[in-house]
Design a protein around this ligand. Structure first.
Ligand code: HH2
Length: 258
């Protein structure tokens, strides 16, 4: 899954794809490089972020989705109205970092459209989530949360076969929590749904490399995290640098023998 953030303030690529033409070109390039789907987002959820109003999020994503018509696209939003509009413009998957807790209308929009859905774990909310994340056992708590949100989505009429689950790397987690979640990914794959992992460029990578104030992590570290997640059962890797990840994951798949 290639990431196209149409935002001025995303933690690693803020401003890079703010012009629709740049975002559209990046999306097609990622598909050309081997991405199976492009995740378009118009709101940053980086630590400390405040969120954007509906009209601004729509203004950012609509021309990009128009330019990506016919391509496999996912919409990274927690807003029902944005999801509805994106699905009308051809998006196939709704990627909701709130796991259907943000907008009470979103479950109905996904159910009605028959779209795919990603449910992600987050402790707290972006504005405050990195202040003091705490768990007794991060893997079992994240798994219990995702299982409960999966039940909620299915009860709302969304087909279970269309749902994937995501531990939410960096969303209310310490460096140690993030790595433990990948190490113990089997606890999440045991839920029986595809698992998506988005470790690309995240600050835990820069921090484990020795910079305690890092806001991002480098490419080689991102690739290592993606391969480790893949070996532990992740089947969707959300990444900013598609070509090197496709190359590494192709080799990892050859080694694993799938
Ligand atoms: N991470 C980000 C945004 N959306 N969605 C899923 N399912 N999983 C993730 O790990 C995830 C996500 C944050 O990364 P990015 O989009 O690059 O940054 P920002 O939120 O600052 O736009």
């Amino acid at each position: 899954m290639g990431v196209v953030n149409v935002t001025p303030d995303s933690f690693s690529d803020g401003g890079v794809h703010l012009q629709p033409a740049a975002a559209v070109a990046a999306g097609w390039r990622m598909l050309d490089e081997g991405a199976a789907i492009v995740d378009v987002g118009g709101e940053s959820t980086r630590p400390g972020s405040e969120g954007v109003p509906l009209d601004e999020e729509l203004r950012r994503i609509v021309p990009v989705l128009e330019g990506l018509r016919g391509a496999p696209v996912s919409i990274d939003t927690a807003k029902a109205e944005v999801a509805r509009c994106a699905l009308e413009l051809g998006a196939e998957l709704v990627n909701d970092v709130t796991a259907l807790r943000g907008d009470p209308e979103l479950a109905g929009v996904v159910a009605e459209s028959g779209a795919y859905l990603c449910l992600m774990h987050m402790q707290g909310e972006p504005r405050t989530m990195q202040r003091a994340p705490q768990y007794d056992d991060v893997a079992t708590e994240v798994a219990a949360f995702l299982e409960q949100r999966l039940r909620f989505a299915v009860d709302a009429g969304i087909a279970e076969e269309r749902i994937c689950l995501d531990p939410g790397i960096g969303f209310g987690k310490t460096v140690g929590h993030n790595f433990e979640l990948v190490r113990r990914l089997d606890v999440l794959t045991a839920l029986g749904r595809p698992v998506l992992v988005g470790f690309s460029r995240k600050s835990a990578l820069g921090r484990i490399l020795g910079d305690p104030t890092a806001k991002t992590g480098p490419l080689a570290a991102s690739v290592a995290a993606a391969v480790a997640a893949y070996e532990r059962g992740a089947t969707i890797l959300r990444v900013h640098d598609v070509r090197p990840h496709v190359e590494a994951l192709t080799v990892a798949a050859a080694v694993v023998g799938t």
